[in-house]
Write a protein that binds this ligand. Structure first.
Ligand code: C2E
Ligand code: MG
Ligand code: MG
Length: 564
């Protein structure tokens, strides 16, 4: 089997050359703790070992007087070889004249026979190896105190030095501990450090016992560079298991992103940024602990970068279109248009139509959602005013208010300014807040929602039942309308339990005097069942998909026609 790197494990490899076994054993005893050791008993064996392409040596300890081919000849041959010349040689001799001669020939140092103190020998070997290696590496701090692995700086310096000697396929891995900051906050920094140390140990024993190197890149992120394998799932699972045993109550979860190193990319740091893309993709996803970087993943990451870069222009150039989906009151004799929901679409000049599912979660993460939402609120408000002027009727519009908007201190003022600008009353621009926002920071959210309601805004709880809400929450939270999550409606006719749940939610809302909107109603039977159960308002493809404003005009005209 080909070897991954000369040093095998993280230990460097030393060739001990001596014809006397007793000397070889003595040196082994001194050096084998710190180095991988190979032996040769004469010059011929030495040259054979040195020319083995699968092995690289960091140092040769060379006896001068040997049968077959002596040490001087070995020095001569090494010096005349471009590659071997780089391996430092320490000669072992008892003759002063031989010392001088060998140093003149190119040996780096000498050790006197019979041997010096073991510590002296070890120190000399270390010093000579270090001197022969890249100076910049020696200067950088080698080990990270917390994890025991290399520091990031040393890791990359070392890696770059190893690369020319590596001939087997390799992988770059990025490992991260899910929600590590919580561990620090809940159990203290010391416990955090203890876990990092354990992860460092486990990485060494499981992921790179040999054939690899590892570092802690920053806080809870680890980099591993190693020989390629397809078995990471099992390895990370083992790591996870052992870590779990170390801190049973901490519920620690690891994830790893993997990149199969590609020689076309010459900068190793890029390998790790790709592995990180893969690692980030499975953040918070239960079920998968490893993710292999793929071109598709790269494209997606690029796509997200592009959206982030382009959104400001999109707002300025009005490439964002607001669509309106009607909501109908269904308890009367015929369904009556009651209001609409504003839903954003991005019509990108180059990428074409982009649905909000692609960019809303992204912009919620990077905060750009505020820009988008503000744009939508103003557009919707302008539209309400336009319809009123054109048809003499008010179609209230609900806008989505992201969880990010809610904690923005200027939210209320911004909304009030919009109402003023378009002469609307607050109950005409309704606010949809997704249920999961309520569990994020409930107290603060309730405070904000209460204040908005005092100003007259109507609050709709969106996606009810998709998160962790309980029915009990309904009684304690200030809302005006409940939007039942689409999933309920989808399953309602498929299993008895879901139907019962819908029934229950409608009953409780009735009791609390909160109207229920059913979202995602697509079929006649769903519609009639909901009507029978007493659901008041329905939104979904059964009536209409979200429409551009001018197509929505027709729904208003039809409604006016029916009334006459
Ligand atoms: P949402 O607020 O729950 O909106 C309802 C989603 O269901 C919309 O998807 C709508 O097109 C879709 N839908 C409506 N009727 C049906 C149906 O009968 N069947 C099915 N399968 N789907 C239906 P859309 O427009 O893709 O929006 C997805 C989500 O993106 C929205 O979910 C909302 O959370 C978010 N979103 C959309 N526009 C905005 C916005 O302006 N601001 C913010 N913050 N979020 C927005
Ligand atoms: Mg909504
Ligand atoms: Mg919804």
């Amino acid at each position: 089997m080909e070897r991954f790197i000369s040093a095998g494990s993280m230990k460097r490899r030393v060739l001990i050359v001596d014809d006397e076994m007793i000397n070889r054993e003595l040196l082994r005893a001194i050096l084998s703790q710190s180095y991988e050791i190979d032996f040769a008993a004469n010059g011929v064996e030495t040259m054979k070992a040195l020319t083995n392409p699968d092995v690289d040596y960091s140092l040769i300890l060379l006896d001068l007087l040997m049968p077959v081919m002596d040490g001087f000849e070995v020095i001569k041959r090494c010096q005349s070889d471009e590659h071997l010349r780089r391996i430092p040689i320490i000669v072992m001799t008892s003759e002063k004249s031989a010392e001088v001669r060998s140093i003149k020939m190119g040996a780096a140092d000498f050790i006197t026979k019979s041997f010096d103190l073991p510590e002296v020998i070890l120190a000399r070997c270390e010093r000579i190896i270090e001197m022969s290696e890249d100076k910049s590496i020696i200067r950088s701090t080698k080990h990270d105190k917390v994890s025991g692995l290399y520091t990031r700086e040393f890791f990359f310096a070392y890696l770059k030095q190893l690369l020319p000697r590596i001939e087997v396929p390799t992988d770059a891995l990025v490992l991260n501990i899910d929600r590590f900051h919580l561990l620090n906050e809940l159990y203290g920094r010391e416990e955090g450090d203890r876990v990092l140390k354990k992860v460092g140990e486990l990485i060494t024993t499981i992921l790179c016992p040999s054939d690899g190197i590892a570092c802690r890149s920053e806080s809870d992120t680890f980099f591993v560079f190693r020989k390629h394998t397809d078995d990471y799932e099992a390895m990370i699972e083992e790591l996870q298991k052992e870590l779990g045993e170390e801190a049973p109550s901490r519920n620690l979860r690891l994830r790893a992103g993997i990149y199969n190193c590609d020689t076309e990319i010459s900068d190793p740091e890029n390998w790790f940024s790709r592995a990180k893309v893969a690692c980030d993709r499975i953040r918070g996803q239960f079920g998968s602990i490893t993710e292999l970087y793929s071109h598709e993943l790269y494209e997606r990451a690029m796509f997200r970068e592009r959206l982030t870069a382009d959104i400001r222009d999109a707002v300025a150039n009005r490439d964002l279109a607001v669509y309106y989906q009607p909501k109908y009151r269904i308890q009367g004799e015929r369904p009556v248009l009651s209001s609409a929901e504003a839903l954003i679409r991005w019509i990108h000049p180059e990428l074409g139509f982009i649905s909000p599912g692609e960019f809303i979660p992204l912009f919620e993460k990077n905060g750009l959602i505020r820009l988008v939402d503000y744009y939508v609120w103003r557009e919707a408000a302008a539209q309400i005013k336009r319809w009123r002027e054109e048809y003499g009727v008010t179609v209230p519009v609900s806008v989505n208010v992201s969880r990010v908007d809610i904690f923005y201190p200027e939210l209320e003022n911004k909304l009030l300014d919009i109402l003023k600008e378009f002469s609307l009353s607050p109950d005409e621009l309704m606010l949809e807040i997704t249920e999961s926002a309520y569990s994020d920071n409930a107290d603060r959210l309730i405070e904000i929602v209460n204040s908005l309601r005092q100003k007259g805004f109507k609050i709709e709880m969106d996606d009810f039942g998709s998160g962790y809400s309980s029915l009990n929450m309904l009684a304690s939270i200030p809302i005006d309308v409940l939007k039942l999550d689409m999933q309920f409606i989808r399953n309602m006719l498929l299993d008895e339990k879901s139907l019962k749940l819908v029934e229950l939610v409608i009953d409780i809302s009735d009791y609390l005097n909160i109207p229920v909107i059913a979202e995602g109603v697509e079929e006649e039977l769903q519609f009639s069942t909901l009507k029978e159960l007493g659901c008041e308002i329905v939104q979904g493809y059964y009536f209409s998909p979200p429409l551009p404003a001018d197509s929505f005009d027709e729904l208003i005209e039809k409604e006016i026609g029916e009334k006459q």
